[in-house]
Design a binder for this molecule. Structure first.
Ligand code: DAH
Length: 337
């Protein structure tokens, strides 16, 4: 068995080369563990003559204490070094510039559609939807446009079969809702519509907002009040509004509604063709024949309807002169809204 002095020397040599906290732990077990070198020394105590035991025991205990202190001191040094190494390797440079994630914005058509919808919601209108692939019956027939009616030619229809088409307007939603619900009714129906047409003011797909109000005593002045309120909210309270007689098969009487030209303030310009007025929507009192088609008694009920193009309103609101800009997805255009 090595004596205490050599044990101490060997220990110090081993301590010197221990390179990690884990290796120190192994050293501790080797010297101080149950089967460790010092434990063996202590056990040998009983084999010594009684007069030597005391001093031998003290030497072993001193050595034990020495080893413990040395290992702890070394452990804290190596522990700090380990920590510094980890911190260095896992360091994050919070001053580096971040990765640029481009952020989208709302499409101008959706933005204006939302504004229009909000205005009508504040006037107590609900919001209804209908299918974009529509039956002839709802798109034309029930709106008082029977087969071969000349008014059908006003809209260049994308047919799927003789009887099925992409809806050319949102007016069919009027019929679908009236078939399902009894008056009083007050709703708008926003959505996509399709016509085979393309130039600076037409795209094959565009958006409309239909409106319908039906009750026992709805009059033309209700229509005027609602539409004037709407126009003043969207274009500003000083915008002049004009109702001009017109024709739609599903309303009688019918009107087209104009606003004072937003470009020249009614002085006359190329956009308003020197008239000072711009047409923004169609409207009228629901044709009694339409009520008959949905099973409403035309003697009991009256109502008004209107329909507007969202692209057109957006173009006037933001002075955009080409409708195709909305669908070319040019980021520089879209960013402006
Ligand atoms: N549906 C018509 C169109 O697309 C717009 C319209 C006009 C709707 C008059 C109406 C209305 O409800 O009363 O041209």
């Amino acid at each position: 068995m090595p004596d205490n002095d050599s044990l101490k020397k060997i220990f110090l040599a081993e301590l010197n080369i221990a390179a990690s906290v884990a290796e120190l732990q192994q050293l501790r077990v080797k010297y101080l563990g149950k089967k460790g070198a010092l434990t063996a020394q202590l056990k040998s105590l009983s084999t010594l003559p009684a007069e030597e035991r005391r001093s031998f025991g003290k030497t072993v205990n001193d050595l034990k204490e020495f080893i413990e202190t040395e290992i702890s001191a070394r452990a804290s040094v190596l522990g700090n070094a380990d920590l510094r190494k980890r911190l260095a390797s896992e360091a994050i440079d919070v001053t580096l510039p971040g990765k640029y994630t481009p952020c989208g914005s709302e499409h101008p058509i959706n933005k204006v559609l939302k504004e229009i919808t909000d205005v009508f919601i504040t006037m107590g209108f609900g919001v209804e939807e209908g299918p974009q692939v529509e039956l002839d019956y709802y798109n034309f027939e029930a709106l008082n446009m029977p087969k071969n009616h000349p008014a059908r030619d006003m809209q260049d229809t994308f047919y799927i079969t003789d009887d099925v088409m992409l809806r050319t307007h949102t007016s069919p939603v009027q019929i679908r809702v009236m078939e399902q619900k009894k008056p009083p009714l007050r709703f708008i129906a926003p959505g996509k519509v399709y016509r085979c047409d393309a130039d600076v003011s037409h795209t094959p797909m565009f958006h409309q907002v239909e409106g319908l109000m039906v009750d026992t005593d709805i009059s033309f002045s209700d229509l005027k009040g609602v539409l004037e309120t709407f126009i003043h909210r969207i274009f500003g309270p000083d915008t002049p509004v004009r109702f001009r007689p017109s024709f739609f098969p599903f309303t009688e009487p019918s009107a087209e509604v104009d606003i004072g030209c937003v470009f020249c303030k009614r002085r006359g310009c190329p956009v308003c063709k020197s008239t000072g007025w711009l047409e923004i929507l169609g409207a009228g009192m629901v044709n009694p024949h339409v009520f008959e088609m949905v099973g409403y008694d035309p003697e009991a009920y009256t109502g008004f309807a209107f329909g507007m193009g969202v692209e057109r309103i957006t173009m006037l609101k933001y002075s955009i002169d080409d409708i195709r800009l909305f669908y070319e997805n040019d980021i520089r255009f879209l960013r402006q809204f």
